[in-house]
Each structure stands twice: as C-alpha cells, then as structure tokens.
Ligand binder design. Structure first.
Ligand SMILES: [Zn+2]
Length: 337
C-alpha cells in the first residue's frame, strides 16, 4: 500500500470512514494500534456479529460497531417455523426445473435462524453499545446465491432471494433501529423503487422518530445510473425530500461511476460523508483519504494539512465532513430523548 498525500496524524484523527468491513479479513493488532482514523465496522451475517463486537470492545475509541444482516445473507433467516431446513430453502427459492442445482446447493446451506432470534441478538448488541449503528442492511435484487459460499472460486446459481423476504427482514431490523434511536447503513442495489417506497413507508409509520434516523448509503435514484453502485448515492430531490438521508461516497464503488463527480457536485454540502467500503483495515485510511480529497476538489474546499482553529467560513474538507458526521450522530442521540 502506498501512503500518498496523507496529512498529519492530528488531521487524520478527525476523519471517519463511515462504512467498511474490517472483520472480513484478519485484523492485525499492530494495524489497529496504528490506525489514525475512526472506522464504522459493518457486520453482515450471523458469523461476524461477534467479530465486530470484539473489535469494538478492543478498540472503543477507534471503532463504531454496526450490527445487522445484509440482504445477501437474508436467506439464512426464517420468517416462520418450518419442519426442516430443506423446506425453508425450497419455499424461498422454489427450484422448479433447477432441482439439480438446488440439490447441490442445499448441503452447503446452514440451518436457518428464526428472525425472532436474529432480532433478539441484534437488540442485545445494539443495547450494549449505545453508539452502535444498524448495518449493513438493505435490499439487493441483483445478488445470486452461491453453490457454496466458502468455495473459491465462488460458483453462483441463478437463485435470488425474493424481495418480499428481504423486505420483511429489513423492516424488522429498521423497526429495532428506530426503537433504539440508531442510525442505519443501508445497501440498495437494483431496487430503487422498493427502497424509495420503504423510506416513504417508514416515514409515515415512525413519523418524527424516523426523521431523526439517518439512513445513508442509498443508490442513485435517477434511473439508469442506479444499477451499478453497491453503496451509492441518493438523488438531490430524494435528499431534499428525506431530510434524514446522508450520502456516503467511496472510491471503491462510486469511484467507478461515471457520474460520481457530478453526484458530489449536486449533493448538499452538509449531507456528505466518506467511506472506504473496504475489507482490509490497513487500507481504510488511504482509501477514505482519497475520497476526502476528491470531495474537496469537487466542492472547492481546502484540505487541512495541520489542525488549527478557524472560522466556520474557512473550514476545510476535514472540518466540514467531521461536522456532517457529528450531525449524522446527533440524529441518533436526538431520537433517544
Ligand atoms: Zn458494505
């Protein structure tokens, strides 16, 4: 990894990577000890909730833990009692003439976990960490189920998780986040309409409580361009409509998008956050910093080289993004009142 253009440690101390997956690879204590920024560590499936928990316990000043179940793993969750594992997956995937593939996949799938148990565990984790967020949760209509998740290379089937199932899992988790006044890190792929409808529905259902929650990380709603991004962005109109929505950008995802610069340009300056969305913590700082510099360049903001007290009109990009992060977090605290 090349550490290019990194500022002093006193500046980096104010940088927050609002979305990454450090427990997806081995985390070295040395790297964590030297990590100069704050990271929001996502969990996504049954096995990594405790890894994120342990990381946050070991590094409480650097890690904001995020607990939740990603749509890619929502098939592992059962919504009602079924007589067997096979019955659960058969009902979900309805294999039809893909019986052979279903038969190959089935032995590699775990026993499903009842949604109730998932929510119970989630509740416990969120309560244990008052600053924890819900994430990564969401909707994904593009994801296909692998024959064997731990095989390499991964062979994908054409089975997808029905949107209805994903929505039930997501809404239950969002309900918990609202109840506990937590921010949400939301994934949305190929489901702009369902995501939009969900936001609308949540706003009606939870009214003022919902307004204090800050979902982020939404895909661009402007039609064609929304199909690429995994964590994307929300259109300017959508952002105006949902006052609680922040836009988070990463070089990993948004950097590849052609209109990525244009999106930063139209995004409200007080709703931008940055992220690495990366799985190796040793690269989170550089990747987040690259995004900080891109935002600064497009918005015409200065980049702090050292940390000094300046008037608000003279704030550089780090000060501005830190303030956005603070506002994002206040949403969380305001809901607890
Ligand atoms: Zn992610």
């Amino acid at each position: 990894m090349s550490l290019e253009h990194l500022p002093s440690l006193e500046v980096l101390r104010h940088v927050v990577d609002v979305h990454c997956h450090p427990t997806d690879s081995p985390v070295s204590p040395d790297v964590m000890d030297q990590l100069p920024i704050t990271i929001c560590a996502m969990s996504s499936q049954p096995s990594d909730q405790s890894r994120v928990r342990d990381l946050a316990l070991a590094y409480p000043d650097k890690v904001v833990p995020c607990f939740g179940y990603h749509p890619w793993f929502s098939h592992l969750i059962s919504l009602k009692p079924s007589s067997s594992k096979e019955e659960h997956y058969r009902e979900l995937f309805r294999p039809g003439n893909l019986e052979d593939i279903f038969r190959r996949m089935l032995p590699n799938l775990p026993e499903p976990i009842p949604l109730e148990d998932i929510l119970h565990d989630l509740h416990r984790n969120l309560e244990e960490f008052p600053t924890a967020m819900l994430g990564e949760v969401g909707l994904d209509r593009a994801a296909r189920i692998p024959i064997n998740h731990s095989a390499s290379p991964v062979e994908l089937t054409s089975f997808t998780i029905p949107l209805e199932h994903q929505l039930t899992v997501l809404e239950a988790q969002v309900g918990l986040a609202v109840e506990l006044g937590r921010n949400i890190s939301l994934h949305s792929v190929k489901s702009p309409q369902a995501t939009s409808e969900l936001l609308e529905k949540m706003q009606k259902k939870y009214e003022s409580c919902w307004l204090r929650i800050n979902p982020r990380d939404l895909e661009n709603y402007r039609g064609k361009s929304c199909t690429e991004g995994r964590h994307g962005v929300v259109s300017y109109d959508e952002q105006k409509h949902h006052r609680n929505v922040f836009m988070s950008l990463s070089t990993a995802i948004n950097g590849r998008s052609l209109n990525h610069r244009e999106l930063i340009a139209v995004c409200s300056p007080d709703r931008i956050l940055v992220e690495s969305d990366y799985h190796a913590v040793e690269e989170c700082t550089q990747r987040t910093w690259d995004m900080v510099r891109t935002v600064a360049e497009i918005k015409g903001w200065s980049v702090e080289a050292i940390w000094t007290n300046v008037k608000e009109e003279e704030w550089g990009v780090v000060r501005r993004l830190e303030n956005n992060w603070y506002q994002f977090r206040v949403g969380n605290r305001a809901a607890l009142r």
